[in-house]
Design a protein around this ligand. Structure first.
Ligand code: PEP
Ligand code: MG
Length: 325
């Protein structure tokens, strides 16, 4: 099976009726790019940069950020690399102690909220991203955007940082694409307003499921309730894809949902044309994509959207997967 899967590395992720699906990889460390390339990734759809931060005992400097990003984008040889800015807090705690313990860290000072309140932490990262962008196709993505104000603040800071680099004569690019994660229900509800202010979107189904279903993604007592295939989550995904289509703004799915072959086919049926998955899932997702037509995926989505429980969705998807792939 592994040998047959590896033959897939160098052929495109294309449905049997010839529709090309972008299949990118999620990484945490620069040394993962080799595996991504070996397995034929179209790019890096999500670079979780906080792991750079968590891995060392000291706060990473601008140079540390710059070296890591430059290495990744150089090794990807012109393929797009989406760098997500720091998503610290909650499940990704750094060594930097928070002022106080939070009762509900997932609802607390995490991710973009933490970055916007700690500019000494955020600014070096943004500078490094713009500097590394001279080496290839770097795009920047902000996590956990909940209000339009947060998006504007983050973009404004990016502009200020670009100006500083310009004034200091430091090589950089200031025109890189800017995107946001769609992982809070409020962002889906307001997406028609956000969308004019971004170049691309990526759905984070891990957090979207958590915040839609009011289930802590790390709490084992409610793990059975934590399902990205819950019909409520699926409606939010469908709505996001519809809005992105209306505005012709690219959208991808980078949550774990897209690494499950059955769920990946469902996402394609809902109109998603770009999936980003962990390197270990690249080949199995590609195999599923190459076994189906868009029409079959649309039929799967139509049926799934009539179901009322995550369990029914997953059983149906398993069934279809065993017939088609
Ligand atoms: C997500 O929330 O789906 C996501 C991709 O980000 P993370 O898992 O890093 O929160
Ligand atoms: Mg997330």
């Amino acid at each position: 099976l592994t040998a047959r899967l590896s033959e897939l590395a160098n052929i495109p992720a294309e449905t049997i009726d010839g529709v090309r699906i972008q299949l990118s990889a999620n990484i945490e460390f620069p040394d993962e790019t080799a595996t991504c390339l070996q397995r034929g990734a179209d790019g890096i759809g999500l670079y979780r940069t906080e792991f750079l931060y968590l891995a060392s005992s000291e706060e990473p400097s601008e140079e540390d950020h710059y070296e890591a990003y430059s290495r990744v984008v150089r090794e990807m040889e012109g393929r797009p690399v989406v760098i997500r800015t720091l998503d610290l807090g909650a499940d990704k705690m750094g060594h930097r102690p928070l002022a106080e313990q939070e009762h509900n860290p997932f609802l607390g000072l995490r991710s973009i909220r933490l970055s916007l309140r700690n500019l000494d932490l955020f600014r070096p990262q943004l500078r490094a991203i713009l500097r590394a962008a001279v080496h290839g196709d770097i795009r920047v993505m902000f996590p956990l955007i909940t209000t339009i104000g947060e998006l504007r603040q983050a973009r404004m800071l990016l502009n200020v940082v670009a100006q500083d680099l310009e004034e200091s004569g430091i090589p950089h690019r200031s025109d890189i694409p800017v995107g946001m994660m769609v992982e809070v229900p409020a962002a889906v509800v307001m997406l028609d307003r956000f969308i004019g202010e971004v170049d691309f979107l990526s759905i984070g189904t891990n957090d979207l499921a958590q915040y839609t279903l009011a289930v802590d993604r790390s709490n084992e007592y409610v793990a059975d309730l934590y399902q990205s295939s819950d019909p409520a989550v699926l409606r939010l995904i469908r709505q996001s894809v519809e809005i992105s289509d209306q505005h012709q703004t690219p959208i991808s799915v980078c949550g774990e949902m897209s690494s499950n072959p059955g769920r990946a086919l469902l996402l394609i049926g809902l109109g998603v044309r770009h999936l980003s998955v962990p390197p270990s899932a690249l080949l199995r997702v590609k195999k599923a994509i190459r076994s189906v037509s868009i029409e079959q995926c649309q039929a799967i989505a139509a049926r799934v959207m009539s179901l009322e429980a995550a369990r029914d969705v997953d059983l149906y998807l398993l069934d279809r997967l065993s017939e088609l792939v």
